[in-house]
Ligand binder design. Structure first.
Ligand SMILES: [Zn+2]
Length: 76
């Protein structure tokens, strides 16, 4: 899956519907039809940075990849 903030594929799953981007060092949590983006402060605390509402296609792609692991996306 790709980071909803920077578009990087350097992301890892850290929990159910929770992901981390190694490029911009944010956590993002998928909740319903929203993605909450948290920046991580030097002490490791997650600070809510923004909330995005991706379209259904993006959302299902995030979910599919979460379920099936690191699959390559079909579109760039
Ligand atoms: Zn990112």
């Amino acid at each position: 899956m790709r980071c909803p903030k920077c578009g990087s594929r350097s992301t890892g799953r850290i929990g159910q519907d929770q992901f981390y981007c190694w490029d911009c060092n944010v956590e993002f949590h998928v909740q319903g039809s929203f993605v909450r983006i948290y920046s991580i402060d030097p002490e490791g605390a997650a600070i809510l940075e923004s909330v995005k509402s991706p379209n259904e296609t993006e959302l299902s792609s995030i979910r599919d990849n979460a379920v099936h692991g690191l699959q390559k996306g079909t579109n760039s």
